[in-house]
Each structure stands twice: as structure tokens, then as C-alpha cells.
Design a protein around this ligand. Sequence first.
Ligand code: AMP
Length: 214
Amino acid sequence: MNIVLFGPPGVGKGTQGLKLAHEFNIIHLAMGDLLRAAVAEKTELGLKAKAFMDAGKLVTDELVIGMIEARIVAADAVHGFLLDGFPRNVAQAAALDEMLHEHGLKIEHIVLMDASKEALLQRLAGRLTCSACGFGFHRHYSPPKIEGQCDKCGGSLYQRADDTEEVILQRLEVYAEQTAPLLEFYGQNEAFCKVNAEAGLDEVYTSLLAAVKG
Ligand code: AMP
């Protein structure tokens, strides 16, 4: 099964995407994680991407499109993939359609996760991420059992460099301007559905499962 999960920053795509991908035995391709890994490894691509990411802007389409295509056709994607954070604008969505067509693949579910700006700001400001497995926590809503340590793997937790108030606001603006138009692009597609992501983690997961099974 192939799934596209999209929605504003802080809506829970990473946390829920990991769980869904695990449930269906498909690979979780989080564009932000792939880019952060490239930045940490100081690859040529990572060096090019860093300034955009630090500023809360989108990395150029040619960089991200090439990265996604390589992962989609990789051997570990045989059972399918869940795209989290890609596509993030209409040009990327069109490029995705084209590459899927070329490889004889299709998307079974396109899911928009949505929440109010207030909820997103609260979530982003307290967000903590595991540096080893990428699992997400929140200082107040879902704190780790031991401060600074991941419940799942024991890795150390960090606050993302782009989770500062100024960059968060910029990312929400970029979402409204460049990613929200995907609603029009995908709105008429029979694979499209929308899930309210303002409830608690378990409730949102149940809605997502219903959306992709139904
Ligand atoms: P995320 O972890 O999904 O919040 O992404 C973090 C940052 O990575 C974004 O603010 C962008 O700078 C960059 N990024 C992630 N996905 C994309 C994409 N599809 N296109 C361009 N830039 C992206």
C-alpha cells in the first residue's frame, strides 16, 4: 500500500506516520528526516538544504524530488511506502504523479491531517524528538518517562533547531502559501480524505486507520 500523509507542521504526521507504516509493513519516508540526516552527514545535498531548513523555507524542488524517487524505487519499498512531508507544493505533487506513473505505481490513500493554528503552535513549541529513532514526545502532552530520554530506545531527546517561535511562524506561513494548495490538487482525487488531528494521539490514530482501511 502507498500512502501520502500531508498537513501543517506540528499536526503529528511523523508520530502517526511511523505507527501507520509499521502497521502496514511499509516504509516511512519522512522528507524532513531524510534532509536532517543529509545535513548531519554534511553531504553536498545536506549543505545545500541547511540554510533553507534553518530559515523555515522549502528546500528546492529538484533536491527533494530526486531524493524521494531514489527511495521509492529502493528494494526496501517493495511492500509500499508512506510519504510524510512530501509533496509540499503542487510542482512536487505533479512530479510525484509522473514518477509513480513511470514506475507503474499508484497512491491508494492521500490523507490530509488538519488542526487549528493554536493547536499547532502549542504542539510545536513543546516538541521533543529522539535523536536515535525519531520518535516524538511533548514536554507537557506526552512527556518521556525519564527526562531527556526516549521511552522506546533510550536515545537522547532534542528540540529541533527549527522549532523556535520565529521559524515555526515562518513554517506555518510557508504551509499556508505553498502546501495548502495541494487541497485543490488532490481534493477531487478518489484516494483523498481528511482527518481531524486535534484529538489525542490514540483517537487520531483510530481515525487514520479508518481512513486507510475504509
Ligand atoms: P519537517 O520535518 O517535515 O517539518 O521538515 C523540516 C524542513 O525540511 C522543512 O521546513 C523544509 O525546510 C524541509 N522540507 C521537508 N520536506 C520538504 C519538501 N517536500 N520540500 C521542500 N522542503 C522540505
